[in-house]
Design a protein around this ligand. Structure first.
Ligand code: DAT
Ligand code: MG
Length: 153
């Protein structure tokens, strides 16, 4: 099923000069980029984004980290995009992330785990609405889609 999902390249990904390499991984997989922006996140947006973790002991540190520098917000579309990107990112705890995943290749610590991605259809819809205005998500055809995506039946 075609899905859309939100990815964040967190401030550690920017500071470590990994934006291009991470973006290339999703692009090369065949996922379609439908939204992209660089922004400095304020506390309000950070707290809304991580609201589900409000009561966790690491919440304050999480908000502090995500607001500590600019990040890149991406929206991708593709068949099973939510699960595909979660798998590409790897396990939350980088020491449990398989080599070949983004976290398994670039991260060591759970707080500095480089990327965020929506974890299901409901969170994807809510997070895309939180980070992008409707007109910032762009629908367009790609010539390569006939080589990447099965025809609709
Ligand atoms: P994911 O980002 O894989 O969806 P999550 O939703 O459980 O993981 O947690 C959100 C983020 O919070 C995670 O990317 C890093 C941070 N985090 C999670 N568990 C943590 C912990 N025990 N200590 C510090 N930060 C943690
Ligand atoms: Mg999560």
């Amino acid at each position: 099923m075609t899905e859309r999902t939100l990815v964040l390249i967190k401030p550690d990904g920017i500071q470590r000069l990994l934006v291009g390499r991470i973006l290339a991984r999703y692009e090369e997989r065949g996922l379609k980029l439908v939204g992209l922006k660089l922004l400095q996140v304020d506390r309000g947006l950070a707290e809304r984004h991580y609201a589900v973790h409000r009561d966790k002991p690491f919440f304050a540190g999480l908000v502090e980290f995500i607001t500590s520098g600019p990040l890149v917000a991406l929206a991708f579309e593709g068949p099973n995009a939510i699960a595909v990107i979660r798998a590409m990112n790897g396990a939350t705890r980088p020491w449990e992330a398989a080599p070949g995943t983004i976290r398994g290749d670039f991260a060591l610590e759970v707080a500095q785990n480089i990327v965020h991605a929506s974890d299901g259809p409901d969170t994807a819809a809510a997070e895309l609405a939180l980070w992008f205005r409707p007109e910032e998500l762009v629908a367009y055809p790609r010539e390569i889609d006939r080589w990447v995506v099965a025809p609709a039946d």
